[in-house]
Write a protein that binds this ligand. Structure first.
Ligand code: URA
Length: 212
């Protein structure tokens, strides 16, 4: 599994305001949106393209455009939705699937409660959106789900990650043959006893959408 930390000063700047408890929900949403466009730039470095013939006003040339089948973007409900618009701005022709995974607050294990994905994903590049890679249980389950449907290249984009989560992902996905990458804004210190990333930013879903 490839892990890429996008340690750009603009990303670190925006992450600082995102982490700050004084940042209100509208600003938090805007920052998450801006951050994902910056992370998407790194995450799509290997997006598949095909040659495309065009004519400029001066003459013919061959450029590229996104290859078929188009990439699939999968936000993990609910917090991953806060990253969807930013990602789609970068990949407007991608398709979108939804996966609802919930974490048991006691066992910290993830289970599926919703899924709206194509039955088969053979030959598809998939971009999974989840702001927090904490224990790694949710992402490991999501990646396994996508691989079982035939996805052959998966990139998870997270705003923050915990070392424990990256370790678990690496261990749980050891047998996955398809390339799996994680592109993240930062790897924080650790998880606390409740599975929150430290220093982190708190509960990403609550900060994006309020407490429900
Ligand atoms: N999910 C969150 O929203 N925040 C964390 O710190 C960990 C998991």
């Amino acid at each position: 599994m490839r892990v890429h930390v996008a340690d750009h000063p603009l990303i670190a700047h925006k992450l600082t305001y995102l982490r700050d408890r004084r940042t209100d929900t509208p600003t938090f949403r805007r920052l998450a949106d801006e951050l994902v466009t910056l992370l998407a730039y790194e995450a799509t470095r290997d997006v598949r393209v095909a040659p495309f013939d065009i004519e400029t006003p001066v003459g013919p040339t061959t450029g590229i455009h996104l290859a078929n089948p188009k990439p699939l973007v999968v936000p993990i409900l609910r917090a991953g939705l806060g990253m969807l618009d930013g990602m789609m701005r970068m990949l407007p022709t991608a398709e979108v699937g939804f996966l609802g995974l919930v974490r048991d607050e006691v066992t910290l294990e993830a289970s599926t409660y919703a899924n709206r994905l194509p039955e088969r994903l053979d030959g598809r590049q998939v971009y999974v959106l989840d702001p927090m890679l904490a224990t790694g249980g949710t992402l490991a389950m999501a990646v396994r789900y996508l691989v079982d449907r035939g996805a052959d290249d998966i990139t998870a984009i997270t705003l923050l990650s915990a070392p424990e989560g990256i370790e678990r992902l690496q261990a749980e996905l050891r047998d996955v043959v398809a390339p799996v990458s994680v592109v993240t804004g930062a790897i924080d210190e650790r998880l606390d006893e409740h599975g929150y990333i430290v220093p982190g930013l708190g509960d990403a879903g609550d900060r994006l959408y309020g407490v429900v």
